[in-house]
Design a protein around this ligand. Structure first.
Ligand code: ZN
Length: 346
């Protein structure tokens, strides 16, 4: 089986440590590069832990229900509606969930889905039941654009949960994108898979990734049936990265309701781990093709996000923004071991 292109290099340096009588201290930095994602990162030898759960009250004070466009008072008046040729009713609804066009779009087809009218939902309350209808209205929308033959080939479901992850409103909401072209990161995943197939007599990269990571048993969190959960070899965030891959699902429309239920159960287990470890924020992206593409399995990533107190310092800095390398004081293999027990509960 062709290897995955995970590269590692150890470098060491020394300084005189003021906390140990200025004795010489050795520091080891591990540089990693992942050929599949093109992510370069540095795994630092010290682990940063959030010792106290950040206070979310000040977010609630600055973003009250009365000013929230997703809460009942303003919702009907201030949320955009779809043009009638897409949906006569103006938006997609299921139960309390609703999907509507983004008022400040990043893309011509950028929508927002709220799960419910509840303004603030803590991470430990993001249960599969709570999330189900929010993801279902995203599915309804993708099914509708296919019925309308709009020709879109790539889609994603995205989530900035809470301000440290770029969430502009604390009211939980997903964002969908559908288009003719993949985003640049999705394009990278697609070309990696095509190159891998070309170099290995047509092998599927994702199938081999799952098999090799399962065998290596270092970053393989769990296999929940159709979905495999892994920690990324070279994470895209300071607190690591959790990946999910839907085995052999080569289009969004291959996914069944039961696949979604399995996915949401796994997602809630990841959130439960994050909540226990004092995280209050994350980014998630779920990438899929909209026509069957044998090179690509439906998949996604979750990156926990945090602000470093007391100053609320960002977890992004010049290294990530201007050198395209991620500083990661979280060892992916340790993160995997810490999350595994959350997948063992009944
Ligand atoms: Zn609200």
């Amino acid at each position: 089986m062709k290897d995955l292109g995970f590269k590692k290099e150890m470098t060491t340096g020394y300084y005189l440590d003021p906390f140990n009588d200025f004795q010489e201290k050795k520091i080891t930095i591990e540089s990693r590069y992942d050929d599949i994602t093109g992510v370069a990162c540095r795994i630092l030898p010290y682990r940063v832990r959030i010792t106290q759960k950040p206070d979310t009250d000040h977010y609630l004070e600055k973003s009250p229900e009365s000013l929230c466009p997703f809460c009942a008072d303003l919702f009907e008046k201030t949320t955009p509606r779809f043009i009638p040729s897409l949906i006569e009713e103006g938006n997609f609804r299921r139960g309390d969930a609703c999907l509507f066009p983004n008022a400040f779009p990043y893309d011509p087809n950028n929508n927002v889905a709220i799960f419910s009218s509840r303004h603030f939902v803590a991470m430990n309350e993001l249960t599969p039941e709570y999330m189900r209808d929010g993801f279902a209205v995203c599915r309804d929308y993708f099914h509708r654009v296919v019925e309308k033959n709009l020709g879109y080939k790539y889609c994603s479901i995205n989530w900035n949960y809470m301000p440290p992850a770029g969430g502009g409103l604390i009211h939980p909401h997903l964002q969908t994108i559908a288009g003719y072209r993949p985003t640049s990161f999705m394009q990278k995943l697609l070309s990696s898979a095509q190159n891998y197939a070309a170099a290995s007599n047509g092998d599927n990269l994702w199938s081999n990734l799952i098999a090799l990571e399962k065998k290596a048993d270092k970053r393989f969190i769990a296999d929940t049936g159709t979905v495999c959960w892994l920690t990324s070899f070279a994470p895209k965030g300071m607190a690591g990265e959790i990946d999910f891959i839907f085995r052999e699902k080569t289009s969004f429309f291959d996914l069944t309701e039961s696949n979604f239920n399995e996915f949401l159960t796994g997602l809630s287990r990841i959130f439960s781990y994050l909540y226990t470890n004092n995280f209050i924020s994350f980014n998630m992206s779920f990438y899929a093709t909209m026509t069957n593409n044998n090179y690509f399995y439906v998949q996604g990533k979750i990156v926990p996000r945090f602000a470093v107190h007391p100053l609320g310092t960002s977890d992004l800095n010049y290294f990530e923004k201007l050198h395209n390398e991620i500083i990661c004081p979280t060892v992916p293999e340790e993160l995997c071991r810490e999350i595994q027990p959350y997948f063992k509960v009944a």
